[in-house]
Design a protein around this ligand. Structure first.
Ligand SMILES: O=C[C@H](O)COP(=O)(O)O
Length: 263
């Protein structure tokens, strides 16, 4: 069976200027140790303006923290005012970039095809895309969430080879659970993550399904991380609000401790 090392990724969204970013990374560095990084990959996904500061801290202090961005242009370079290219992210040694977050889909009209193009160009530059999918509340109420997320996954990975999918991360984020405090139940998370994995097996093959990390995101906190992580197809979390609090993010990273405490 393929071991998938869990990934806890903190998406800061549009929070923390570069000075606050440095303070926060230092707090995380102080709070985490080698045992944490042996057990879990930890990443912070920061505003573009924070990347250079975070890179300097991480590389200067040889931190095992990974970092990345929250969006990337689908274009390689050129006259695209305001955009940031995958080559620029790679030059800053970004490990990850979020593509297709529901906030980008909702406020910037991003389509599955655009998300797939962004994932592809990130991969071409050695930056791992974290490809987000998830249903709105009306879709869930209609009981259509599984086919919706499966189709969104298929379309958001269109054009990627099997190896490129293996090198990507998928994040299931039910939109109704983002920033609302309303976390999906562990069974809800498992149902969709398992369906996405089955889709990877059907479209590619079992080795892709077994190797690809699938995260859950939506109101993950220290208090609920262990039960979500206990699900067979949940390989980590994409954490918004709670990742801004170094202590709570540390509790999420140490989810195994709360699982032990509860048993
Ligand atoms: O990318 C992160 C998600 O949107 C989850 O955000 P949240 O943890 O604040 O609900």
């Amino acid at each position: 069976m393929t071991e998938r090392k869990p990934l806890m990724a903190g998406n800061w969204k549009m929070n923390l200027n570069h000075l606050e970013a440095m303070k926060h990374v230092q707090e995380l560095a102080f709070s985490l140790n080698d045992k944490d990084f042996d057990a879990v990959d930890v990443a912070v996904l920061v505003p573009f303006t924070d990347l250079r500061s975070v890179q300097t801290l991480v590389q200067g202090d040889k931190l095992r923290l990974k970092y990345g961005a929250q969006d990337v242009s689908e274009h390689p370079s050129g006259a695209y005012t305001g955009d940031i290219s995958a080559a620029m992210l790679a030059k800053l040694d970004c490990g990850y970039v979020v593509v297709g977050h529901s906030e980008r889909r909702q406020y910037h009209g991003e389509t599955d095809a655009l998300v797939a193009a962004k994932a592809l160009i990130a991969l071409k530059h050695g930056v791992t895309p974290i490809v987000c999918v998830g249903e709105h509340l009306d879709v869930r109420k209609a009981g259509e969430h599984v086919p919706h997320c499966v189709e969104q996954t298929r379309n958001s990975l269109a054009g990627l080879s099997a190896d490129q999918v293996k090198a990507s991360v998928i994040a299931y984020e039910p939109v109704w659970a983002i920033g609302t405090g309303e976390v999906a139940t562990p069974e809800d998370a498992q149902e969709v993550c398992a369906a996405i994995r089955a889709e990877l097996a059907a479209t590619y093959d079992e080795s892709v399904a077994a190797a690809t990390k699938i995260l859950y995101g939506g109101s993950v906190k220290g208090a609920n991380a262990a039960e979500l992580m206990a699900q067979a197809d949940v390989d980590g979390a994409l954490v918004g609000g709670a990742s801004l609090d170094a202590a709570d993010f540390t509790r999420i990273i140490r989810y195994r401790d709360s699982a032990v405490a509860a048993s």
